[in-house]
Design a protein. Sequence first.
Length: 258
Amino acid sequence: SGLVLVKNPHLDLMEEDVLYHLDLGTKTHDLPAMFGDIKFVCVGGSPNRMRAFAQFMRRELGLAGAGEDVADICAGSDRYAMYRAGPVLSISHGMGIPSISIMLHELIKLLHHAKCRDVTIIRIGTSGGLGIEAGSVVITDTAVDSSFQPRFEQVVLGDVVVRSTELDKDLAEELLACSRDIPDFPTLIGHTMCTYDFYEGQGRLDGALCSFSSEKKSEYLRRAYDAGVRNIEMESTAFAALCGLCGLKGKSCCFPLL
């Protein structure tokens, strides 16, 4: 049916579902009226970037008031920021798996309660590149963990739960085709490695701690490249797992800064 799925039977027993970190709820807001026509959701780490993206989309879509500021739908919360541009939602998710996971749980419930159909969700953001030209755009085909495996591991009530991180391959090809219409816009499809840490987890030598040599770092990054990794960030495995389980057509498109 194209509906956004939730896989939690306990929600049916709740009188009200409060989306705490989005400052929304099923009793306090008419979610179908507010969000029922949403078709695209773009998420990224920074609130300011997502605000700028929403303003950009309003101009691109020729919406009324395109030159004006956009209102933060989640202004009552200081955790995330959400903006709307016609059928497009633009939402910040912060840094790292815990932050994006909280946002995605509540976003998916929001889309479900609003009875949205056939929603496409795209993560846009910066990343580190691996063996590619700086300024390229990497469209993720599969998100992998620090061992280069396509999985998202989470401890739930003491048990290790492993979930798939495959992303929609047709969407990847569609986005790649779009990029060919834009000159000087190098774009490729590759694996994205997701780490739990910005410093040691990504092989950086400039953190407060460093337990490895520069030679060991270089050898690890070579193995990552040989495994198909083309960029490194901190959210993609959780993003891919949650989107896949809840019937969302998802893709990550990141811009390697170096």
